[in-house]
Design a protein around this ligand. Structure first.
Ligand code: SAM
Ligand code: SF4
Length: 332
């Protein structure tokens, strides 16, 4: 740090990075068809997974050296990791905007402890409000548990609560308005995510992507919407209901890529730094952490990796290469 504050972590395109996504585990209790195969994946050996102290050290370096102001925990299913509130407590001491993305199944039990540890907001994923369809998509018959988890998060005072819905043609396109109404009733922000080519099976096709334009048109026809201010660095484009009933967001990675405003880097559960969700290279921070590397050494390595960040993914172009790891292994 110098007298004018922390250094900016800038890449070759002038983008400043301030947001760290941390995967705390690659394991999951669901097998969402757009993410994992039915039989699961080969889990990382436990010795490869970063300890909470190692995770907190990387986050602290990003905050102290590079002025990061946002940290999100994800996975796999992050709440499967033992003693997650301990990590939340360590990270909340960094005074950043701390959030968590979860499938919601453990929130009835965990939400109060997460809040006590310092979590203030949360994203919960749910792709269907119909029990049979939910069971088909996630390969687990647990919609009731997720809905109960949403209520537990509301009761625990987490706010805002964002509901992540992967919108897929032929899967849940007839539920867009149901989700909008669910969000309006519960007072939560529904965020539709375009299906991305990050499923482990490699079955993604462009035809399955329900587009931002289609999603907004379908909801607007029933509950009129108007666009909210520019999204800045956030991935979601936002609309509010004209009648004051709240807002929706759409993360349109495929049809309206937002790479030119990206401020994110990712840390995988096994300690690899990725400068993009779709990156085809990784920086091995675990080996550095487990050597006698100083904070300066680690900061230098992060600076070099982010300096080499590409302009963006090229989904739908001939140059696009799928990353070798899938969504749950990277951390969405
Ligand atoms: N297990 C947690 C959950 O489901 O919320 C956290 C990890 S999950 C990988 C993070 C987010 O990525 C979820 O909202 C999930 O729906 C989304 N996701 C997973 N695979 C995706 C894909 N192929 N395209 C778009 N979103 C995806
Ligand atoms: Fe698990 Fe989340 Fe992937 Fe579903 S999307 S399989 S809940 S990691």
């Amino acid at each position: 740090m110098n007298s004018s504050g922390p250094e900016q972590l800038t890449d070759g395109f002038g983008r400043v990075h301030r947001d760290l996504r941390i995967s705390v585990t690659d394991r999951c209790n669901f097998r969402c068809s757009y993410c994992m195969p039915a039989e699961g994946l080969d889990w990382l050996p436990r010795s490869d997974v970063l300890s909470y102290e190692e995770i907190t050290r990387i986050a602290r370096i990003c905050v102290e050296r590079f002025g990061f102001d946002g940290v999100r925990l994800t996975g796999g299913e992050p709440t499967l990791r033992a003693d997650l509130p301990v990590l939340i407590e360590q990270l909340s001491a960094l005074n950043v905007d701390l959030s968590l993305t979860t499938n919601g199944t453990t929130l009835r039990r965990l939400a109060p402890a997460l809040v006590t540890a310092g979590l203030s907001r949360i994203n919960i994923s749910c792709d269907s409000l119909r029990a049979d369809r939910f069971a088909t998509v996630t390969r687990r018959d647990e919609l009731a548990k997720v809905l109960d988890g949403i209520d537990a998060a509301i009761k625990a005072g987490l706010a805002p609560i964002k509901l992540n819905v992967v919108a897929m043609r032929g899967v849940n396109e007839d539920e867009l308005v149901d989700f909008a109404e669910f969000g309006r009733t519960k007072g939560i922000v529904v965020r539709f995510i375009e299906f991305m080519p990050l499923d482990a099976q490699g079955d993604w096709t462009n035809e399955q992507v329900l587009t931002q334009d289609e999603i907004v048109a379908a909801i607007n026809a029933v509950h009129p919407l108007e666009p909210l201010a520019e999204r800045g660095n956030a991935p979601a484009e936002r609309w509010k209901y004209r009648d004051g009933g709240g807002e929706i967001g759409v993360i349109a990675s495929v049809t309206h890529a937002f790479c030119d405003s990206c401020d994110r880097v990712r840390l995988t559960a096994d300690g690899m730094l990725r400068h993009c969700l779709f990156a085809t290279r990784e920086l091995d921070l675990r080996t550095l952490l487990r050597s006698d590397a100083t904070d300066d050494d680690i900061a230098d390595a992060i600076r070099a990796e982010v300096g080499a960040k590409w302009a963006g993914h090229q989904i739908n172009q001939v140059h696009f290469i799928r990353p070798s790891r899938s969504m749950s292994q990277i951390g969405g």
